[in-house]
Ligand binder design. Structure first.
Ligand code: SF4
Length: 264
């Protein structure tokens, strides 16, 4: 079986417990205005022009983003890091893009993790057919994005509404799979106490099951990627949010008995 990935990040410390190797799978059905990984959206490998300047002279080369890889070959690559994973109680995180778009390949990788006793984690937007979630080989942990509770605002900023996402979250929690909620805090979208209160109120029904909530500050760092991909960067003029600016939201979650971090 083959999948398409666009990156492997080693020694990741914000993608779940311990030291992790994070695999980025290509393809995403959402169009978040703040996306830091626009190269993940297209599910196929794609070519981009990369220009570097030296002594006021431009050198341009064509680069391919994404590669097709078999589950066996990917597993061989990932096993090289097993010692660090074991010593740090870490593991492997599958991110994207939206990894659930390649759910059969993903399930195959999760099965391999289980067979070899390696902790597995799926970092997801939660947007997938419910049948996909039902058929999925469940990981040890989900990092599950909740972006907004307001359906219309979710649709406006990501081009999908959140009905399916919330339904899938419920399904996973009812299966008793550990979940960490991740909230990307985005200027003009959910960067207000009112928005965060709404999310916290919604999640309160599962406060005993949700392991942790991570508030993720927006960083304006992806401009060059949009430029290379010749895509429009809708957050071009938005300023980054500093971690300290999110501290005011911590009491909202503490009051509802959640463990909450800034940055994960
Ligand atoms: S879900 Fe993630 S990868 Fe997909 S568009 Fe949104 S930010 Fe980008």
């Amino acid at each position: 079986m083959h999948g398409i990935i666009f990156d492997i990040k080693r020694f990741a410390v914000h993608d779940g417990p311990g030291i992790r190797t994070t695999v980025f799978l290509k393809g995403c059905p959402l169009r978040c205005q703040w996306c830091h990984n626009p190269e993940s959206i297209n599910k196929e490998p794609e070519q981009v022009q990369k220009t570097v300047w030296l002594n006021q002279k431009a050198f341009t080369k064509t680069e391919t983003i994404g590669r097709k890889i078999s589950d066996t070959a990917l597993w061989e690559e990932l096993q090289k890091d097993q010692i660090f994973m074991e010593e740090s109680n870490g593991g492997i995180t599958f991110s994207g893009g939206e990894p659930l778009m390649q759910h059969q390949f993903l399930s195959s990788m999760i099965r391999r993790c289980k067979k070899h006793g390696i902790h597995s984690c799926i970092d997801t937007s939660g947007f997938a057919h419910t049948s996909t979630i039902r058929e999925l080989e469940m990981p040890d942990l989900f990092l599950f994005d909740i972006k907004h509770i307001d359906k219309d605002k979710h649709l406006q900023f990501t081009q999908v509404d959140n009905e399916l996402i919330l339904q899938n979250l419920r399904f996973i929690l009812e299966k008793k799979i550990p979940v960490r909620i991740r909230i990307p805090v985005i200027p003009g979208f959910n960067h207000s106490e009112e928005d965060q209160e709404e999310i916290a109120d919604y999640l309160t029904q599962w406060h005993q099951q949700i392991e942790q909530i991570d508030l993720l500050p927006f960083h304006a760092i992806a401009n060059h990627k949009y430029h290379r991909l010749e895509k429009e960067d809708q957050m071009l003029k938005a300023a980054s949010i500093h971690s300290e600016e999110l501290e005011k939201y911590l009491p909202i979650f503490h009051q509802r008995d959640f463990r909450v971090t800034i940055g994960g």
